[in-house]
Each structure stands twice: as structure tokens, then as C-alpha cells.
Design a binder for this molecule. Structure first.
Ligand code: SF4
Length: 381
């Protein structure tokens, strides 16, 4: 029996599957996007690095991306393009056109050269995105984080904080558009990076927002903000940005327990956050709140869950909002390991963290809210 070639000519990509064990997806530039092969899923990022989805030996059954390098990466990528080449014989109409114009023009070396376009667009690579924004277009209005002193965080320790002016920002946006090519209309919104771009004043943000819309018309806006600077912004900033296309603001809440928050050296309190969230909601925005499960170790585990649930219950949240639960990963380059040793905090095992995460997830959903997992290891851009 001969296998039947399955093809999907989607607006945002081309899917080719010669049999049930292999499914390859290319973007509208013809670059490999994902390749499912005999139970393993590979993903190529915008810098042409290849990742495979899997789990670390001995860890809970949670899957994230592991880099694939060198000859192994080349062989997987060339195999995926080989399937496209096989599909060319007998192909007609739109499939033949896409194979010729988009997909089969790429070689391994051409794809590798995408890393240069990526570095030109992003001198500092995007460090993280919320999971619902993995397919957004990152535009870096700022580099780094204005605060950069939370004890657990090493996301931006490689870069000093700096805001781009409108001209530099627009040049960057055009470089990102060149990198994405024909794929850009199918990305999902614009994410203003880095750590807290929305901390900029309205006066500084408005020209950047106009430039973003000039380069990427019709795309909504998203971004992180920290409570400390967000709260100090003029109140009129938020409804103005909502009118200009801002849809959701993401805040690293971390915990509803004020003592634990102070220990993590994050400014603010649960009460201040509730006030700020109410302001954002009145302004027509939705929020994404990120909680960390496992920070503070066993000593803080119970109170973290209880205080976080109480803090969420006190906020005017609805089904437009997202609550993210992030398993705590001790970052060796952060001050946290030293703090843990000094205070004698007992680290939770991965199993304990996963158990608490599942319990908190169920409890947040019982509040009628949308909750999901936010794993730093699952981020690929
Ligand atoms: S957690 Fe957020 S506010 Fe704190 S240092 Fe990291 S990016 Fe900045």
C-alpha cells in the first residue's frame, strides 16, 4: 500500500505529511518552522537554531525545548527539506508554486545565514515572552529592566537599561520586518520589549507606538510592566494606550505574600497591585499576572499559595485576564542562591513544585479565572 501525501496550504504556512510519522511545516518564506518525526517535535527559531521537545531524565513529565546542534541539526533540517523535494514530483497549482517560490530555494547554508539577520534585528536577543505571546513580533522599545534587582531574576543582567528614541526604534522595527519577511502578517501582535517597556512615559511611548504601527499595520500591542513604575505613571496613560491598540499588560506578580515579595527584593505589595490592576481594567485593558511557584522554598510554600489566592480574589479579574503559574527555577547567575543559603531556605524538589503548581492551578480556576503554566524553558522565539 502506498502512503498518501497530505498537504495543507494554510495562509500562514505550508504543511506536508508523507505519512503519519512525519509532518513538516514551513513558514511563508519557506523556512522550516516545525518538524514532527517519529514521536519527536523539532522547532527552528528565527535565528535558525534547532530545538527538540523532550524532558530531562528523571524530571516530572513536563516537556520543554532542548537545543540540537551541529551535524544532528543539519541532518534533521535537510531531511525535512528532502520531504518537500519529494512532494515536488506530481505537485501542481498552489503547492507547486509554494515549493518552487518559497520552500525549495532554501539550503542549510542560507538558513544558517538567517542568524546574521537575527543579530542585526536583535543585538540583545529577546529573553522571554508570556506563553500566549510566543508568536508575537518582539519590538524592543527598551533594553533590559529599569529595576533589574529582583533576587531571582537574571533575564537582563547582560544589558544595562536603555530606551530607544523613535528613529532608532523604527530602524529596528524595519530590521525585524526584514527578518520575518512574508511571515509577519501571520504573527500574533506586537510585544514591546524588553523587561518593562511600558514603564516609559506616554510622551516617549506614543512616537514608538506610531512607528510600530507604520511598520506593522493592524497588529495589536502587548508588553510587560512592573508594578513599581506602572503605578507611578500618569493614570491617563493607560486608556490612551488602550485606544492606540494596547490589549494586555503582563505583570510579574510573583506572589501575593508581601513578606516573600520583599525577600525577593521586588517592590510593591498585594494591595498596591490590586489597585493598579483595577486601574488597568478600568482603562479597557486585560492583564496577565505571573506567579512563581517554589520561590522561598518549603518555608513559604503554604503561605504563598494562600496569600496568592487571596490577592487574586481581591482583584477585579475576569475571563479576559490570564493567571500564569511559573515553576521556580533557581538561576545560578542571580543573587537568589546566596540569599537561600543565608536564610536557610529549603529548596523544593521539582515534584513538590509541580504538586503545588497543580493545586494552585485548580484553585485559581475555581475562582472562575483562566490559569496556565509559564515555563521559562518552553520559550522559543
Ligand atoms: S523580575 Fe521583572 S522587574 Fe524584576 S528584575 Fe526581572 S525583569 Fe526586572
Amino acid at each position: 500500500m502506498t502512503a498518501t501525501l497530505l498537504v495543507a496550504l494554510r495562509p500562514d504556512g505550508t504543511v506536508i505529511s508523507p505519512d503519519r510519522d512525519r509532518v513538516v511545516t514551513f513558514d511563508r518564506e519557506g523556512r522550516l518552522f516545525t518538524y514532527f518525526r517519529r514521536g519527536l517535535t523539532y522547532r527552528r527559531d528565527l535565528a535558525s537554531r534547532l530545538y527538540v521537545r523532550g524532558k530531562a531524565p528523571g524530571s516530572p513529565d513536563i516537556r520543554w525545548w532542548r537545543p540540537v546542534a551541529g551535524d544532528e541539526a543539519r541532518s534533521v533540517v535537510e531531511e525535512a527539506y528532502g520531504l518537500a523535494a519529494q512532494a515536488r514530483s506530481g505537485a501542481a497549482d498552489e503547492l507547486a508554486r509554494r515549493l518552487d517560490d518559497e520552500i525549495l530555494r532554501w539550503t542549510w547554508d542560507d538558513l544558517a545565514r538567517q542568524a546574521e539577520a537575527y543579530r542585526a534585528a536583535y543585538p540583545y536577543p529577546p529573553s522571554i515572552l508570556p506563553p500566549d505571546r510566543y508568536l508575537s513580533i518582539v519590538l524592543q522599545a527598551t533594553f533590559g529592566c529599569t529595576w533589574n534587582r529582583c533576587t531571582f531574576c537574571a533575564l537582563y543582567r547582560d544589558r544595562p537599561f536603555r530606551a530607544r528614541d523613535a528613529a532608532e526604534f523604527e530602524e529596528h522595527a524595519w530590521a525585524v520586518r526584514a527578518l520575518l519577511g512574508r511571515q509577519w502578517p501571520y504573527r500574533q501582535g506586537l510585544f514591546l520589549g524588553d523587561g518593562n517597556a511600558l514603564a516609559l512615559s506616554l510622551e516617549r511611548l506614543e512616537p514608538l507606538v506610531r512607528a510600530a504601527h507604520r511598520v506593522f499595520p493592524g497588529q495589536d500591542l502587548y508588553g510587560f510592566v512592573d508594578l513599581y513604575t506602572g503605578q507611578k505613571s500618569e493614570a491617563s496613560k493607560w486608556p490612551t494606550l488602550a485606544r492606540q491598540g494596547l490589549r494586555r499588560v503582563y505583570i510579574g506578580m510573583e506572589t501575593g505574600d508581601d513578606e516573600l515579595l520583599a525577600l525577593l527584593n521586588k517592590p510593591g505589595s498585594a494591595a498596591e497591585l490590586a489597585e493598579f490592576v483595577a486601574l488597568l481594567k478600568r482603562s479597557g485593558l486585560s492583564v496577565g499576572l505571573i506567579l512563581m511557584v517554589g520561590a522561598g522554598g518549603r518555608q513559604y510554600a503554604r503561605r504563598h499559595i494562600q496569600a496568592s489566592l487571596a490577592a487574586l480574589a481581591a482583584m477585579p479579574l475576569d475571563r479576559d485576564d490570564l493567571v500564569y503559574l511559573s515553576p521556580f527555577i533557581e538561576e545560578p547567575a542571580s543573587p537568589y542562591p546566596e540569599l537561600r543559603r543565608r536564610l536557610g531556605l529549603e529548596p523544593m524538589t521539582e515534584e513538590e513544585i509541580e504538586r503545588d503548581l497543580a493545586a494552585l492551578m485548580a484553585a485559581v480556576r475555581d475562582l472562575g479565572l483562566r490559569a496556565s503554566r509559564y515555563d521559562l524553558r518552553a520559550f522559543v522565539y
